[in-house]
Every structure is written in structure tokens, then in C-alpha cells.
Ligand binder design. Sequence first.
Ligand code: DGJ
Length: 713
Amino acid sequence: MLHIDRDSGFIALHTAHTTYQMQVDGQGRLVHLYYGARCEAPRPFAPPQGDPGCWPNLLGMEWPAPGIGDNRYPFFEPEFADGTIAADLRFAGVDVLPEKYALPGLPAFRYGGEGVCVSLRDDTGLRVELLYGVFEECDLITRAAVIKNDGAAPVILRGAPSAVLDLPEGAGLDLVTFDGAWAAERTPHRAGVRPGVQSVGSVGGIPTHAHNPFVALCRPDAGEDHGDCWGAALVYSGNYRCQCELSAAGVRLSLGIEPYHFAWTLAPGEHFVTPEAAFVFSAEGFGAMSRRLHDAIRDHLLPAPWRDMRKPRPVLINSWEACYFDFDEPRLFALAAAAKKAGIDLFVLDDGWFKGRDADNSSLGDWVADPRKLPGGVAGLCAKINSLGLDFGIWIEPEAVNPDSDLYRAHPDWALHIPGRETLPIRNQYTLDFSREEVRREIFRQLCAVLDSCPVRYVKWDMNRSLANVYSAALPAARQGEVYHRYVLGVYEMQQKLTGRYPDLLLENCAGGGARFDCGMLYYSPQIWCSDNTDALDRLSIQYGTSFCYPPCVMGAHFSTVPNHITGRAASVEARMAAALSGTFGFELDLTRYTDAQLNDLRPYVDFYRAHGALLRAGDLWRLVPPTGRGAAWAIAAKDGGEAVVFAVGDVLDGRSLPLPFAAAGRWRAAAPGAKVEEWEGETLRRHGLPLPKAGGDLPGYLCWVCRAEPAG
Ligand code: DGJ
């Protein structure tokens, strides 16, 4: 709900449980007042030290501009033709938009919502339109900015934040970031905000494994089910910065494109659109914060055909950990036939299928089937897979090229490279210059030739390196600061074209595991491969950290073999199933080594997913016992509290009971796959908990569907 008082210059954005307030002050500055629990009356921004008076350094600002007395880090940096870097932006008007704004060429939350545009203007002709989106039911506030050059000379943007959020809470806040490495993505790190600037981000062209473009602020006493938390996600998949600055005025959180190697020239009349930033606030801890974000992502971000959580997602088998590069058509067919016996729906041919690709050192860029491995081409294999009653999917890595490829030999300048310097290969490959239309067109042409040749139901779009040697042969020296962002726009454009041309295609993004796991990619693909690490114990932590922002249904998760290929660890079938069923659910192992009886033993889990998949995709996540390094427990519960799937792994299974805070009153039934049904009172489950078995051995696991059989009388 929007509240705009044009006389007093007060603007409030209300969601079901939160309020965001700003005010035009006596000097025409747009001052930030408040973001927190829902309230109607204006809440003055009260910094811990000093009287804000008219000194911008102590004010909360909606769009802090440099050079006019706000001494906090100037994320926004417009450089004018005369060399000055300063902008005195004053309020120029506010408009209620007919609907929530969209951002051309950029992903943004959608399907409903309200929108407001507040215009600010500087005497030089610089104009900034601040866009606000309000999604009432899921407590989401979005922001973006359109920066316009209405002046007579060019302006170079050297920094352009998506949003800045000033909180007057001062030293009393913690910052939570989600960090890691390959095979260990998105581990939460929480620490008190320190004076000065702290940031996470990327200069690798993609978010990378190191950090995630989602951060949270919270009060020090906040926990899973209590306390104030602010979550902030950047809807972007390139170089980014999430920056927190503690000063006398409080905490300033800034999100946007990383200013390093960014310089965007705005000729007179041109404008620049920033990526979107999205915020939620919860006064009930991280659990509620995440559930609001999950609702927002499912209902207002995922691509249309897949945001309906009742629509079944196929249970897939992926060939990677089964065969790596070592396969031919009979081997793939045997794998698919075994998968069929386990009840699997879709066969995915991973890396290694195209011309000459026997290892990771050749052929990326040449997207035609290798006749040695696939004599009948992709279409021939697809027909054979289909004849088993399985659908077919395929792996691609469109942004990459190997030096040993026909494409590179024909167009060496299509790879990002700095003239006169050696180009750095990572995983033996270069990155194609996706800022160039002709490069994207050729790759798209090649991919369409494959996808048009047979019914491909699923595509896994991989990206196995970060960017380096970033220079585009197609842009002049003065515009090289645009390449990183133009690259991301190119990736978005191609994913839009791909899903537009094949509207029923299930697209899964991936980046050497989870190096590009962000809200930007989720606009195009309803699932992203979470990590190359499929070890059940490690997955507890990776999926736990990922779940602070992203819902389980978007996390690519597969049941794999033991000992695990990366960690060498063994885990029980139940533990591996619990980790995989808490994500998109698929398989990634050599099922041809399984006997018919063993394949049959997998069926109850596939059937379990078929029976409860809609609940697992649409339900609320409850993080019941955080990962300890030895185990964890969680549940996915229906919004009405009437049914849930409960998961427990590792040392949680010590015979104690697991309280289920969502369990509504009434008589409940609990059924683990293959076990007898037991009955409980909802009140008992909520207060005392569901009794868990005592189990030992290699990482034990337990999963159980609980359902309210009769409401309370
Ligand atoms: C990295 C991905 O994360 C893996 O799942 C697999 O697709 C390989 N790339 C293939 O090269």
C-alpha cells in the first residue's frame, strides 16, 4: 500500500508487516526516515550521535550524492565534462506508476505489485528517477534507479548503486554474509558491524563462489525465530558490491554494480538503468525473513511456466558423475534404461557430447554432436531415450570457448582478451565476448540447430570460469568500462531469447557448481545447480546457507554415489535422499552398477517426491536444527500448518524428539517411506516434538511425511 502526502512531502510504502518511509525536507532533499515493522506515523531518522540538523552527513538519505557534504563512501559517482564529481539532487516530483515498474533488459520482480517513481534533479541536468516496488503480501520492497543525462555534455558514471539503505541503529547491528569456495558455497558468516566500510562482492564478472549478492543485517539478539532482520538481495549476476558502512549516522547498506572497472558514458539524452535491489524486513527472526523471500522469489520472480508449484518438475538423472567424458551411445542408453527402472522421468546428457570433446581442453564453441560418441547425432540419442519413455535434456556452456576449437580458430577476437597481453585460460578455456551481438547470434544459431533437431525438454546452462582479460575488441578505449555490464546484459538477452523460443523448456543454470546463484538468474531459470559437492553432510551446510535467501525448490540437488566423488565420505541412502529431496531432486550416479532389486529400492523415494513434490516446492522452510558439522534437521510445511515433510540427518537422530513449531492442533499421522503409520496430537508435536529414531552408522538420515488427519474438535 502506498501513502503519499504531497503537501508535506511524506511517502510511506506499506507491506503486510513492514513500512518504509521517506520525506522531502525543507531544502528539497529526499531523506530516508525508517524501514522496519509496520507503523503508520512518520518515524524520524534518529542517528545515535548528534543532531541531524541540515548536515547531510548525519541524515538518512534515499540517494546519497557525492561532493555535497555527505562524507560516507560515495557509491554514486557521476563525472561531468568539466571534471567535477558532485551532484546536488533535489526533489522534482513523485508519481504513482500504473503498475510495478519493469527494467528493460534486466531481471526484476514481477507479476503484480505497486510502483512509485520519485524524481530528483541537479542543476546540471542530471536526473535520477528512483523506482520503488511494493509487494504487499510477501513484504518485499524493491528499488532501482534510472540515471538520465538531460544536460548538454556527456557524463561518465563511475559508480551507480541500485539502492542505499540508511539505518540509524549504529553499532548495534550484525552483518551476515554468505561466503565460500568451489564445493563449499554460501556459508553464513555473522559479525558485529565495525566502524568504517565492509563489503562483499565480485570483480570476476559473475558473483563467483566466494560471496553471494545477498546479505542480511540484524540486531545482535536476533535468531532463527526472534529479532529484527533486514535481508537485501541484488537481482544481478555480474560484478557487484554489497557494502556496509558504520558512521556516526548509523549503518549505511549500499548495493549495486561493483564500481571497479565500471565507467558508463551517458551522452546528452541518454540514460542508465541500474539492476534491482530487493529488501525484506522481519521482526520474527531469520526464519520469517527467509520465508518471505522464498514467497517473493516463487511468486514474483521465477519464469511463468515454472512458478506454479503444482506443476510437476521432472526427476532427472544426469550423466556427469556417472560417466564424466567417457561414454558412447550404448553406455548412455544403458544408464537411461537403469534410470527408467528406478522411476526417473528425464535423462540429461552432460558435458562431453560435442565434436572432439574427450576432456576439458577442447571443443567448447563447436556445438555439434561428436559422431564417434553419438553416430545418430543428438536427435538419434534423444529418439532412443524417448523410446524408453524418458524425456531428454542436454548440457551446454554457451559463454565459453576452448582455444582448441573451430570457433576460436575462425574468430580469435570473439574471446575476451587484452590486445598485446597473454589471455589467461581457466579450465583450459576462454570466455566469449557476450557483450557483442554477433557473438551471441552465432552461438544462439548453433544451439537452436541442436534444440530444433529433437524434443529437448531441459537445458543445463553451465559457466565454468570467472572473467579475466576483460576488454572488448568491439568497443573503443573510452568505453571499456562498460564491458563487464554489457556482458551480463548479453547473457540475460540470450537466456530471454532461449526461453522465449522454447517456452516449455526447463532451464537450469549452473556455474562450476554454484558460482552464479542469484536472483538475476532465477528470473530466467527456476532452478540453479547448488554446488558440485553432492556429499550429503556438506550439502546440509551449503543448502542451509543458500536457504537464507533462496527457496529449496530452486536448489539443484542430486542423489549421488558413495564414497562421494569429492569428499570420499559415505552417507546413508536416507541422508543422501534427504539432501536431494530438499532441492530439485535428481540422481547423478552410475545406475548401471545397480541390480534390479537395488533400482527398485530407489523407487519409494521417487514416488515420495511425486506424491509430495508440490508441498516440497511450495511449502514454508523451517530450519529446526542448524548444521553442526555432524547433522541438521529441517522441515518443509504447508502454509496452513496441516502437513509437512520432516528431515533429520546425522547426530540429530539420537532418540530425542524434534519440536515442529508449525504443527496445528488436531490428530496427526506420520509416515516415513516404507515404515508404518503412527499417530500424534498436533499439540504434542509442537511442544514436545516428533520422536526421532536412534540411528548410527555412516551419516544416518530420516525423512517423514506428517499430515493432520482431523482438525481439533
Ligand atoms: C561443472 C558443473 O557444475 C558440473 O555439474 C558439470 O556439468 C561440469 N561442469 C561439466 O563440465
